[in-house]
Ligand binder design. Structure first.
Ligand SMILES: Cc1ncc(COP(=O)(O)O)c(C=O)c1O
Length: 444
């Protein structure tokens, strides 16, 4: 490993810790050499899960863990309705988008009903990376330009095009010559006052810089909750002047909803909705089909046309009847299980509980979040200086207490809490008691 990546390496297993593992874990870790060196495992002592149910995961030894980090099975692990929908469809037929099938149309119509009326087209893919890749191609075709803006610690995926727009991958990852970075809207350090105007100013500078280099402005790609930048949801509405400016400058706004979409923020179904803005293109993935590969690009017919008229699109497994059955069952269960309301209620009492803890533990510098997506700043007490080493210790302490969380932010010091949306009141209590115990253990 030559350079480290904030999103991949902040709490990854390091080969130097191999000797401290039990025999069975060490053997599995050693066998992973066959996968090559790009993969990362979580934790100093990697975990081997063999079963999941609801918010809980179970190791090969039968130990139970509370999952407070996985936003993919947002209905909960192994949700019976999704399992049933997938197995039923797989037992019937699974083809692709070059044959007619009602499943894709029923789901497309249902999904579009959750988006602003102006967004009337949806294409399906398999991963968030693919969705962002297609979205950028659509924005480039529609604008006739190639310049794209992202935030400085953004992660949008792993295709060649998107890795070059994902600075969080690490310093060895080359960036595209026609991209520019804007600073993270770090409201903890900058204050929330005029953050929107400040950010719009940063965007203007970078659009001007692109043009000075002979590169036209195609658009801006923004994670609506700035996940890898450190989780910055507030104040809701701060993106409005930014997107107004993007439109004045002739660019397209791509909302990356891979993390905040599908009810996670509790206050809205989509992260951008909290800001009172309408994107030109919306990308989505992770929780869309509760663990089955499925992602999407939703846009307006007039935005899509330049790309679609020039390029036919086929993606073998995307939009298959099985993927659509899983996605439909997921959307239905979000509604039936009241998960948006749950995210709002449990998320806000979790945030309050953590804010209470922050009053006693000065290393917990800031608690922020929307719904069940929280960022907890671990800092040097009495300052806003990030403390990465303490943050790593803290999440290892949480792991010892059988609660899973991870880290994000440019300094790898923000604890990211992002559990399945089915997180219950008792899950929240368990989380708070483990977090308090872990904070106390830091000083021990
Ligand atoms: C904001 C965001 N966009 C895109 C992606 C890429 O999604 P995928 O891993 O499904 O390709 C991720 C993955 O972590 C993400 O966090």
């Amino acid at each position: 490993m030559t350079s480290t990546s904030t999103i991949m390496d902040s709490n990854s297993f390091k080969a130097k810790d191999l000797a401290s593992l039990d025999k069975a874990t060490a053997a599995l870790v050693a066998r992973r050499e066959v996968l090559g060196p790009s993969y990362r495992l979580f934790y100093q002592k990697p975990l081997h899960f063999v079963r999941g149910k609801g918010t809980r995961l179970y190791t090969a030894d039968g130990e139970e863990y509370l999952d407070a980090y996985n936003n993919i099975p947002s209905l909960g692990h192994s949700h019976p309705k999704v399992a049933q929908a997938v197995s039923q469809q797989l037992g019937l037929i699974n083809t692709h988008t070059r044959y007619l099938h009602e499943g894709i149309l029923d789901y497309a119509e249902d999904l579009l009903s959750t988006l602003p009326g102006a967004i009337d087209r949806i294409m399906f893919l398999l991963s968030g990376s693919e969705a962002n890749d297609l979205a950028v191609r659509i924005a480039k075709a529609a604008s006739g330009s190639t310049g794209i803006l992202v935030t400085q610690e953004a992660y949008h995926g792993n295709t060649d095009l998107i890795a070059k727009l994902s600075p969080a991958i690490g310093a060895d990852q080359p960036m595209a010559v026609d991209m520019r970075m804007i600073p993270t809207p770090d409201t903890y350090r900058l204050g929330t006052g005029d953050i929107g105007q400040w950010m719009a100013g940063c965007v203007k500078e970078q659009i001007d810089d692109l043009r000075r280099h002979g590169i036209g402005f195609a658009g801006i790609l923004l994670d609506s909750i700035f996940s890898s930048d450190g989780v910055f949801p507030d104040d809701a509405g701060f993106l409005r002047p930014v997107i107004d400016l993007v439109h004045e400058e002739g660019g397209f706004y791509i909302a990356d909803e891979v993390q905040p979409g599908f009810a996670r923020t509790g206050e809205a179904f989509w992260g951008f909705e909290r800001h009172g803005i309408v994107p030109d293109i919306v990308t989505m993935g992770k929780p869309m089909a509760n663990g089955i590969a499925c992602s999407g690009v939703a846009t307006k017919a007039e935005v899509l046309s330049a790309f679609a008229e020039g390029s036919p699109y086929f993606n073998t497994f995307a939009g298959s009847p099985v993927a659509m059955a899983a996605a439909s069952a997921t959307l239905a269960a979000i509604r039936e299980d009241g998960l948006q309301e749950n995210a709002k209620a449990i998320g806000s009492s979790l945030k309050e509980g953590l804010q209470e803890l922050a009053r006693s533990f000065p290393e917990l510098g800031d608690v922020r979040g929307a719904g069940l997506f929280l960022g907890l700043e671990i800092v040097v007490p009495g300052s806003t200086r990030p403390d990465h080493a303490t943050a790593v210790k803290l999440i290892e302490e949480m792991r010892e207490r059988h609660v899973l969380v991870s880290l994000c932010g440019p300094a790898g010091n923000v604890v990211k809490v992002r559990p399945p949306l089915a997180f219950s009141n008792s899950d929240k209590d368990l989380f708070l008691s483990a977090f308090e115990g872990s904070l106390k253990a830091l000083g021990a």
